[in-house]
Design a protein. Sequence first.
Length: 396
Amino acid sequence: MLNIVVFRKVAILVVPGSVLAALRQLPAGQPFFAGWRIRNMSLDELRNRIDEIDRQLVKLLNERARVVVEIGKLKNKTGGQIYAPHREKEVLDKVIKANQGPLPDKTLVAVWREMMSGSFVLERPLRIGYLGPGGSFSHTAAMLKFGQSVEYEPLADIRSIFGEVDKGHCDLGIVPIENSTGGGVIETLDALIDSDVKICSEVLMTIHHSLLANCALEQIDKVYSKPEVFAQCRNWLSATFKEAKTIAVASTAKAAQMAADEARAAAIGSRVAADLYGLKVACENIEDVANNITRFLVIAREDAKPTGEDKTAILFSTAHKAGALADVLDVFKKYQINLSNIESRPSKKRQWEYYFFVDFLGHRTEERVQKGLEESRKHCLQLSVLGSFPRATELL
């Protein structure tokens, strides 16, 4: 029997021990008592409850995996893409919408990314090319995007990544395209000019640079890293080293690899590279701008289907005459196409002729985008669509 006692104008419900014991035996799914039960469990009872939930999760994950296997069979029959960026965005958006806490969205997204990584293996193992060796920022970005279950192929330079994807040796490639501090990555821009591969996705990742070495700071006489990394740490380097020589190499991981083999050498790279190559972290977070973000492109032989929140990348060249670029930009304005980035590179074919790289909001299949591109071509010597892809909205 339940009793109510009033003490200092506060009503207190007095519950006998037998009733408490009975409440603890109620099924976990009873919504009215679920929160009360958890708050009144002992440590052992709570751990048992976690074990029970884990068993349910394993069962559900494998049930999901069996559905994935069937999807893989259908894709193999129809030749569908194993990695579908539009579907990835759709799934993650639904996960975030369904989340009512207490886990933050970022945690659930990471769990689902790893689960999707396992799904790729069930459908057909994916091979992803990145700028190697292991431990580069490109390697980290790839693992954060595609998880631990896919196969990663370290490649010597950015152009090789494009080549391996173009030949079909790699399903996907991941390449840096721009940094919030240092601007565009020249090797990637140049490779986009000469390749037929498409951009199917993008990744945003916060970058923190560390000085890696196995000697004292004052003993360092050379520092290895990528040119873009030196640009991002220019002020720190000039303030710290008066004599040390900076030597550019293909990747931060290659820099760490070389520094590990030389007594008075250092590298600028990641903590992951330090662990992989047996280096000590001499100084952390040496980038000049704390909010240092690099954007990576995922390249494939096909771009992505529309999601409603997309970007399109194009490449074009214009004649060397007054107002040529302005004419193209006026077309984008006319069709209300919002540009998010513009870069230029010399054509290397004719003097003072340039290629322009433009990202804009929208998908190539949208009517206004199609009309805008068609009209823009009238003002260009060449115009190519590099791909449409879901716009990245999260930092990995």
